[in-house]
Write a protein that binds this ligand. Structure first.
Ligand code: 26V
Length: 807
């Protein structure tokens, strides 16, 4: 790897201070220094990327394009300095000039271009691809506002706009040398010319897609890739007449409507809402990206015919599935391909990952909406459906329900996952269990006809960000014990196992955890003014607020302990701090109610100091990548308690594991593989297995049964009526017991309560035995290597994309 010299850096920094802020080192303030340093690094990466592309062109390597509506990249400065091995150099230069690098990091906004696991996974994969020298490019939308900022006001979640530009924009390189036109609405005219169908598209609205590049660095390599973010700009609808007549407002309002497309990220992760704007966003991403892919390919190869040999396109979740009809459209309308040839090329190029089996999130769009907004695409979808139905009828004859279930168009809706499976050569889930459920249940019909299409790639995390950067103390200990190989080869963490009986190392491990807890305590104090006890056990549940993730089960345990302490204040109990961090989708009532419940319990405990000593509850506002980087290294007990079968994978579980947390979890998603990797004695599994969940659903879940059988549980549920800090939560009791506007709690919290309590009790006993606890913590770190994104991405590369690193 090329190492930049101190002089080089110093010179570039000075130039950027002067160019962008007209100041010298002496005159610059911290914010300007952040801006100048970031641009310096960005430009170094740009040069790196240029060199890398040149190398790639020479060897004509196959490349992958990764499309996703969300990329939760987190802050760039620290990550890039780390990857380029420039942290020490930059810190030294800044120190000499009177600045502190650590302080500059806080000037960077955290671009929240994602909801949760899906978007963070995409970012981790870009890091892993680049660190392993794959030629890759990500595509997403340059949302002007990312995921809302969360404020809790009297327990209720309030959403504030997330303004990440212009501060975060210093990392973006606006490419004004090209753009693409994306067309909406209008009508399609078909005519036959020379035995070919000619398509004429009339009266459409144009939106211009302009590219902004975010440079992606890799660890310890000269490779650099880009994440290209599209911004919507109005080209056509600008009302010149009004403008010239001085009616600026009218002229502007026309143009803003097109630019709305890249205005804001949808903050939903539950129901599909069928909003026109969301459909437009999806098509905008897909169409701009595909035009870009075709253009680059034509420049490199002069023909489109070898596209599938040189290009793999990956769609991350169902949201970009429109790329399938869009590719058909381009090949037929612009490259005169026949239907058969176009379909063959499309399926050979595209691969699809599914990230959720929650039926309400499996996208369907109304045919009417599709026809109105994307008339040409709609015609192609109809043809896809027609031809597929012919095949299905040959196979299933009179079993019409099967045909309907698998069809692309059914009941007036476009079934997007079905189109994703039909139009790609590979469909994968994100953990062994999830992929199994896809094959046997959700996409079972498809698995029967195309078993070879289905595979599994278990998720992984960018271990350099989540371990090496987020937890420098643990990293130093690992370096000391096992050397540095694990940074590029996470499986080498296994070597740490050698130290499981080394009490000096175990004690150091405990000291590091305490240090990280204190770091978090300081952050919480800064944010809320409250000082939490760093010597209590930190029990953490940090993830989107969702019924299936069962934050409520955690809360039921807290209420139980609370009542027991109230009755018997001197009861011997391990002091515990429960930390929650979670955003709820803005329209998700019950999720917001659960946040409110957590908040009021916490308020109530604040009024009871004798309880608070042993039982503290903290809700951390505005969970985001940057907060996670301080929170995760401090976790001792990691709560991964979703109803078995519902969490496709989970990735926070892996981040906590690699930082030495012990997991309490159900046999769900990636927890199962964590169990396999670390061994039964080092993880705390409870609750129904997926099959048992299925059985219970079949037999009918009756919450009353559990409620009347378990006195502790009954008391906790009953107390919801009384409530906390003067606020009753009777409706949550109702939700759990009899149903609150629906069936009682579909995620069956009460069924797993008893086991959950028992396993937690075991953990509390174990915690008192420091040596044993630390040993298990060490074993978790040592076994976490499998969950590196490096491994996941290599699997995608060999099993699905057929790409190789450029050496
Ligand atoms: C759902 C929806 C529903 C319709 C509106 C837009 C929207 C946007 C996001 C989602 C979330 C579903 C996809 C998702 O985030 N899945 C998560 O993916 C993670 C990475 O594979 C995985 O670890 C989580 O278990 C899974 O929930």
């Amino acid at each position: 790897m090329k190492q930049h010299t101190r002089e080089e850096l110093l010179k570039a920094l000075e130039d950027n201070l002067s160019r962008y802020y007209l100041v010298s080192f002496q005159e610059a303030n911290e914010e300007q220094m952040y801006g100048a340093l970031s641009r310096t690094i960005r430009d170094l990466l740009l040069i790196q990327k240029k060199e890398f592309r040149k190398k790639a062109r020479q060897v004509q390597t196959k490349r992958v394009y990764y499309l996703c509506m969300e990329f939760l990249v987190g802050r760039s400065l620290k990550n890039n300095l780390y990857n380029m091995n420039l942290q020490d150099e930059a810190a030294a230069i800044l120190k000499e000039k009177g600045f502190e690098l650590e302080k500059l990091y806080d000037y960077e906004p955290d671009p929240g271009l994602g909801n949760g696991g899906l978007g963070r996974l995409a970012a981790c994969y870009m890091d892993a691809l680049t660190s392993q020298d794959y030629l890759a490019e990500g595509f997403c939308i340059r949302y002007e506002y990312g995921l809302f900022k969360q404020k809790i006001v009297d327990g209720w979640q309030r959403e504030m706009p997330d303004v990440w530009l212009p501060g975060g924009g210093v990392w973006l390189l606006f490419r004004n040398d090209f753009s693409f036109e994306v067309k909406f609405g209008g009508t399609v005219e078909e005519s036959w010319q020379d035995e070919r169908l000619k398509i004429k598209y009339n009266n459409y609205d144009s939106v211009e897609a302009v590219p902004y590049d975010l440079m992606i660095s890799g660890a310890d390599t000269d490779t650099a890739n880009t994440l290209r973010l599209w911004r919507a700009r109005d080209i056509e609808n600008f009302d010149m007449v009004s403008f010239e007549n001085g009616d600026y407002t009218k002229a502007m309002s026309e143009s803003t409507s097109a630019e709305l497309i890249s205005k804001v990220l949808y903050p939903a992760d539950k129901h599909i809402e069928g909003k026109t704007l969301r459909l437009k966003q999806q098509y905008f991403l897909v169409s701009a990206s595909l035009q870009n892919i075709f253009r680059t390919h034509m420049i490199n190869f002069g023909t489109i015919d070898n596209l599938s040999e040189k290009v793999a396109i990956h769609i991350n979740d169902t949201h970009p599935v429109l790329i399938i009809p869009e590719m058909m459209r381009m090949l037929m309308d612009e490259y005169s391909y026949t239907w058969e040839k176009a379909f063959d090329m499309t399926t050979k190029t595209i691969a699809y990952t599914n990230h959720t089996i929650m039926v309400e999130a499996l996208e369907k769009w109304s045919e009417e909406l599709m026809r109105k907004n994307l008339p040409r695409i709609y015609v192609i979808i109809k043809e896809l459906d027609k031809r597929f139905r012919v095949k299905l009828k040959e196979r299933f004859h009179d079993r019409a329900h099967l045909v309907e279930r698998m069809a692309i168009l059914s009941g007036g809706m476009v079934n997007m996952p079905n189109m994703g499976i039909l139009g790609s050569h590979s469909v994968n889930g994100v953990s062994a269990l999830h992929s199994e459920i896809l094959k046997t249940d959700v996409f079972g019909d498809f698995y029967e006809i195309w078993p070879g299409k289905f595979r599994n790639v278990t998720n992984g995390i960018a271990h350099r960000r989540w371990l090496c950067q987020a937890n420098p103390a643990l990293t130093a200990l690992l370096d000391q014990c096992i050397g540095k190989e694990y940074k590029k080869n996470a499986q080498a963490l296994k070597d740490f196992e050698r130290y499981k009986n080394d009490s000096a190392v175990l004690q150091k491990l405990e000291g590091i955890k305490t240090g990280n807890k204190k770091r978090l305590v300081d952050l919480v104090q800064k944010r809320t003014g409250e000082r939490i006890d760093p010597y209590s056990v930190f029990v953490v549940q940090a993830k989107r607020l969702h019924e299936y993730k069962r934050q409520l089960l955690n809360v039921l345990r807290i209420i139980t302990l609370y009542l027991e302490l109230k009755e018997e204040p001197h009861k011997a109990m391990l002091p515990q701090t429960f930390l929650f961090a979670a955003k709820a989708a803005p329209g998700y009532e019950i999720a917001k109610e659960i946040i409110k419940l957590i908040y009021y319990i916490s308020q109530d405990i604040n009024h009871h100091p004798e309880i608070k000593e042993k039982l503290n509850v903290v809700f951390l506002e505005n969970y985001c990548v940057t907060l996670a980087e301080t929170l995760i290294p401090a976790v001792e007990i990691s709560e991964q308690i979703s109803l078995a079968g519902k969490e496709a994978s989970g990735t926070g579980n892996m981040k906590m594991m690699i930082n030495g947390a012990l997991t309490i979890g159900t046999m769900d998603g990636a927890n199962i593989e964590m169990y396999d990797a670390v061994g039964a004695e080092n993880i705390f599994i409870f609750g129904m297995k997926e099959q048992e969940v299925y059985q219970l659903k079949q037999n009918g879940y009756n919450p009353q049964e559990y409620y009347f059988k378990n006195e502790r549980l009954k008391r906790a549920v009953d107390f919801l009526q009384v409530g906390f800090a003067g606020q009753s939560f009777a409706h949550i009791a109702q939700y759990l017991l009899t149903g609150y506007g629906g069936a009682p709690d579909p995620y069956m919290c009460l069924a797993d309560y008893e086991d959950y309590m028992a396993v937690h009790d075991q953990m509390s006993v174990l915690y008192e035995n420091r040596e044993q606890w630390n040993q298990k913590s060490l074993m978790n770190i040592a076994a976490a290597g499998y969950f590196s994104a490096d491994r996941s991405v290599r699997q995608y590369a060999t099993d699905i994309w057929g790409i190789e690193p450029i050496k």
